[in-house]
Ligand binder design. Structure first.
Ligand SMILES: [Zn+2]
Length: 276
């Protein structure tokens, strides 16, 4: 599933090609994608409008169009945006023609991806604020702020990291990598972390996400960039999907366990298991 670094990889690749262009034609082939609007209603809100900026918030790709209209796109499990694919790909859900003749294809075999319309800046902010905590790279995302948000919480820290309302953009891969960098066991109760641990975890999240962006994302499943290329972050995972291999920090075994209902990878020498 695309997480922050994968969506940012798409944004960086597409922004220079779509900013300043008009969405000449938008064809929505799957009514599930545009819900609650009908495909024609959503397409009608987009067609003819110029793309002022391609932005991102958490795992959302934000097509900021003129007249303060924004297409809020989420790729969910298997969404991919392809720019000028040589052949028509399978599982196409949306076709976009730009006014300079270039083509975009949104493909999504599992069909969980969504496209929603926000009219006006306030509607966009209300949509995002209701769903997302602070952006990890922003100054407002601080160790002290995260600690406050976790106060009294007995759920595992991994669940806290996966909750988009606590911190935006982190999913299963980057949560595992961040917790290993911070030396924190994923099952440790979020509310029990000391400030020094939050500082290490905040730094671990930022470092893991940045490493993912630098590697153009991780392609363990379907992720491809708009040119169809795979990311390479999976080649440098510290613990994620490395069960049985030696921990790169201490040489101890990487183990797989379940935390927050997800397959989770940990080195229990570097990340001591909580007592009890
Ligand atoms: Zn280790």
């Amino acid at each position: 599933m695309p997480e922050l670094p994968e969506v940012e990889t798409i944004r960086r690749a597409l922004a220079p090609r779509v900013q300043g262009r008009r969405l000449a034609a938008v064809e929505i082939l799957d009514a599930r994608w545009s819900r609650p609007l009908a495909p024609d209603e959503l397409a009608g809100g987009l067609e003819g409008r110029r793309v002022e900026r391609l932005g991102r918030r958490g795992k959302y790709l934000l097509w900021e169009l003129e007249d303060e209209v924004t297409l809020i796109q989420h790729l969910r499990m298997t969404g991919t945006l392809l720019f000028d694919p040589p052949d028509e790909p399978s599982h196409v859900r949306v076709r976009i023609a730009l006014d300079d003749g270039h083509r975009l294809r949104y493909t999504d075999p599992r069909r969980f991806g969504t496209g929603e319309l926000a009219l006006g800046r306030a509607a966009l902010e209300a949509f995002l604020d209701a769903r997302l905590g602070p952006e990890p790279f922003d100054a407002e995302c601080t160790p002290a702020g995260l600690r406050r948000a976790a106060r009294g919480r007995t759920a595992p820290i991994k669940a806290f990291l996966l909750d988009q309302r606590r911190i935006a953009g982190v999913g299963n891969i980057y949560a595992d990598e961040a917790l290993h960098r911070a030396g924190i066991h994923p099952l440790r109760p979020a509310g029990a972390l000391r400030l020094a641990q939050w500082e290490a975890l905040h730094a671990g999240v930022v470092a893991a996400l940045q490493a993912g962006i630098d590697a153009h994302g991780a392609s363990i499943d379907d992720f491809r960039d708009p040119d169809g290329a795979r990311g390479t972050f999976q080649d440098t995972f510290l613990v994620h999907r490395r069960a049985g291999e030696p921990c790169p920090a201490c040489g101890g075994p990487v183990r797989k366990l379940v935390a927050a209902g997800r397959g989770t990878y940990v080195c229990e020498r570097c990340q001591p298991r909580p007592r009890g």
